[in-house]
Structure formats: C-alpha cells, structure tokens
Ligand binder design. Sequence first.
Ligand SMILES: Nc1ncnc2c1ncn2[C@@H]1O[C@H](COP(=O)(O)OP(=O)(O)OP(=O)(O)O)[C@@H](O)[C@H]1O
Length: 475
Amino acid sequence: MAMLLRKVWESVSTRSTSSNSTSTVNSMDRFDQMMMYVQTASTGEFDRIPLDIFIQILKILGPKESAKLSSVCKSWKFIVSDNRLWIYFLQNQHEPWDSTFFAETHLRSGPLRTFPNSVPELSFMSIYGQRAQVPGAIIIDGGSGYCKFGWSKYSAPSGRSATFLEFGNIESPMYSRLRHFFSTIYTRMQVKTSTQPIIVSIPICHYDDTESDKAARTQLKDAIHSALFDMNVPAVCAVNQAVLALFAARKVSGIVVNIGFNQTSIVPILYGKVMHQVGVEVVGIGAFKLTGFLKEQMQQKNIYFGSLYTVRTLKENLCYVALDYEAELSKDTSASFQIASEGCFTLSEERFKTGEILFQPHIAGVRAMGLQNAVALCMEHCQDAELMVDDSWYKTVVLAGGSACLPGLAERLEKEVCGLLPPCMNNGIRVLPPPYGVDSAWYGAKLIGNLSSFPTSWCVMKKQFRHRSRRKFMW
Ligand SMILES: Nc1ncnc2c1ncn2[C@@H]1O[C@H](COP(=O)(O)OP(=O)(O)OP(=O)(O)O)[C@@H](O)[C@H]1O
C-alpha cells in the first residue's frame, strides 16, 4: 500500500501540468464523459489497478489530496470526481450523512417555491468543496419561552436563555424589543454582528389567512430584518420555526405539532411553506400549563418543592404519556428522582396525568380541543383542500418543542388520530418524535447554514432588503 501511495504522489508531481481542458469536460454530460473515458482514458501505470482499489487509495489519501489529483488529467479527474468517493468523505464529517444528503437534495436552491419533479443530479465533489468554504451562520431560535443560540458549525446550540423572563413577548413586532433581544444574544455569544450571516426562526404566530394576520406576519418579518440590518448583520435568513423543525426531520411536507411555551400549534406545511389557507389549529395548552398542572398535583399530595424549577425538572425526568390512560390508572407507576440539594421525589400517577391534559384538557380545567382532535381536524382540512393529487403529504406528523419530548407522546397521538379518522384516511399516518428534542428548530436552521449554497440561496442582503422596502413604500 505504501508503494502505491508513493506512485500516486509521483504521478501527481510529474503529470500535474497535463490537464488544460477541464472546462470542456465540465460542460459535457455524464454520458459523453463516460464514453470519452472508456475510449481514451489512461491513468498510465495505474491502469493495472482495478478501479475499486484505486478508489480505496483515494479514500485513504483523503479529500484534500484527492481533489489535487483531479488536476492531473481528464482520466484522473473522472475517477476522482466519482460521487461514491465524495459521499464517503461527506459521511465521515460531523454532520449526519442523511441530513447532509437531505439538505443538499431538497434545500440547496433556497426556499422552496415549486414542487421539484426529481432529485437533481449533483456533483458531491463540488458540494464537498463548497461546504468546506461556507462561512457558517449564527443561529437564533427565539421561542416564546426559551431561546437557543449558537453557530451552525457547532454540533449543538451553545446556549439557551429564558426569553419570557428577560424579553417579554418577542412575537410582538416591536423594533426596539427585537433589537434588544438580538443584541443581548450577540453579546452572550461574544461575536460581532458584522462577521456572519444569521438564521433566525420566526415564531409561530398570526396564523390565520386573514388580511390582518398576513399584515402582522409581514410586519414581524420586516421588524426582524430591520433590527438585524441596523445592527450591521450582513445577511439575514428568517424562516418559520415549524418549517425549521420539519427540515430537521428531513421532510419538506407534513404537519408539525409544536408544543410551545403557552400553546400548541398544528401547522400544515407543503414544500417548506406554511399552508395558512388550509388552517393552523391551536390548542391552548403548552409547556407552562404542563408544569403548572404538575405543580398543582404535587401540592394536592403535599409534596413539598423549593421552586417551579424543581417541578419542571421532575416533569422532564419522570413524566410520560400513557398509551392507554385508563389501563395506566390501575398500574403501580411510582418512580423517584433525586434533585441535588432538594432530595428525592417520588411521583406516581402524576407522571402520566400531566401529559394526559394534552389529550383531555378538561382534567386541568381547560376548555379546549384535545390534541388528537386538532390534528385529525387539520388532516381533514388538508384533504379537503386538495392541494396535491397524492394526499399522503399531510400523513407525516412531526412533533416539535421541548414538551414533545415526553416519552410515549408520538405513539399515543398516532393511535388516537388513527382511531378518529375514517378508514379511507387513516392509512399510512405516522407521528415522529422531535428529531432533536428541544432543539429541533435550531438543527433545521443548521442544515440551511451548512448548505453548499449558503448564504446566497437563503439569505436576504441588506441592500436587497432596503431596495424592497423602498419599493413597497412607493406603492
Ligand atoms: N424531556 C422533556 N420532557 C418534558 N418536557 C420537556 C422535556 N425537555 C424540555 N421540556 C420542556 O420544554 C419546555 C421548553 O420548550 P421549548 O424550548 O420548545 O419552548 P419554546 O421554544 O420557548 O416554545 P415556543 O414554541 O412557544 O416558542 C420547558 O417547559 C421544558 O420543561
């Protein structure tokens, strides 16, 4: 093997000047290239090495050296540009290959406007090179309760902060509030605003298809852009939080059930676009209510706790959703959890009663539709809207939001929704747990930020925004 590698190196140094017609080869289609390769290709001494072995050598050499070899001659270029080789290199990167492949095949050309008929033929060699050069992005997923922030090249968000305590309602398009919010996060990240593009999630709000909600959505988006451009951010990509969570699940169409801080939204999304015309359903129960309900149950049982933070920790570590609520009531479900400085807590039926309020809100005294009814209703609206010949797009449900991490939620919701829908509709329904737990939207943004075509394909530049705003004003 060492000898083979030496030969590769010698060949590079002696033949690196022989290639001067790469642009012609680039413009030919794959079939022409193949024919030319078969008829004229020669890798000199290396012709004796089977192609598979050759590729193995390139794998050992790594991406940088393999790329250099492609400039030796047409034959080498042809071999080196083999997609299998670059898929191998991409598979060995920190980002999961499935996500990279999904992003490059579905999101590369920017926000989806039309239905792609087929997956484009891609050169993974150029994709590899372009991905290595993308600047990355600052990602801020500002939820109504918690904000997650970090850099797209990090493996996870670098920090979280409680939005609701610190900034109030960031959904209200108040320029000064947004600006304060963004500058606080930049200060916390210790980065200059002018150095990187930003991907920011747009909160799920103003969902109706009415003129006033449309205007409110535009106003919020404009306020986000204005605040960031006034802070000298070079490029801004603002995407709906539910859409980002869907991308994290490697889907562009489906229904996102986002269990937010104050409420749960059921958002139909087709090719990356929220279908406001179909209707977003909202259930008035969120993370805050779940914690509050567990607190009440603990008080009723005289279980002493220091703060709401204790209750929240118990919810995150002991609570789950029963597949069959009635059956669960007759079981011994007690379990304990140790909280440092507070001691050991034991919960029993509170463990599954807490999550049950999503399905039976009346248990907590809330007058609202159960989550299963809201999802089934949303599916019926999707079906009635007849947006696609193939009606399976809305049958994938992706859970998002921290509370969606409750174990058993996906299974229970799937069972309940299937039970509610008529047989002609309930075939093929799948409910997926949150792909990255509490950080799903952040990871969806990370896919965009690391795309080979980022930032051009997804971002609005300051100049473009100002130009657009001026035109809007003139009209
Ligand atoms: N494993 C878990 N089980 C249950 N709840 C959890 C779990 N992990 C996190 N949570 C809860 O998720 C909540 C935070 O959710 P999240 O960060 O999605 O809110 P948010 O983004 O502010 O909501 P919104 O969508 O309204 O903007 C907290 O109340 C937290 O206790």
